[in-house]
Design a protein around this ligand. Sequence first.
Ligand SMILES: [Zn+2]
Length: 153
Amino acid sequence: MATSIKKGLTAKQLLYMARVFWKKTASLSLVKISSFSKKVDKKTGNLQITCTTYSLKDGNGVSKRPRDIKRHKTSVSSQTGPGGKVSTGPIKVSCSCESFLYHCEYKLWKNYGAADLIYGNGKPIVKGPTADVKMAACKHLVTVVETILKKGL
Ligand SMILES: [Zn+2]
């Protein structure tokens, strides 16, 4: 029997799921946002927030050397059209990091319709350092979504 597909995932649901995974690592608090931009999509009216993010520690909580720090494009958008907020309805998310590609994009796309296939090819990816099935969002997305909720956007 096919598993039921739940459509739509809110920012709070995503954070809750992500927090279960990330509470066991020390690296989450060291994600920084170096740019934060918001715009309304002309076609859909959805609010789109795009950030540049980077992390000072690796997945094991070890400080990175400056040359190993990579910047990622992390984005979150509302799905409820003109006037809709990211904080109150279903969202779509994306991040250019490897964690998002390997652990999050396919699941969020298939199970919730909460991601577009931008980095992956529509097949589940099981490669990667941990292939952790429980990771709902990468640490960059957790930081960006928390920031958006704090701003009430
Ligand atoms: Zn990420």
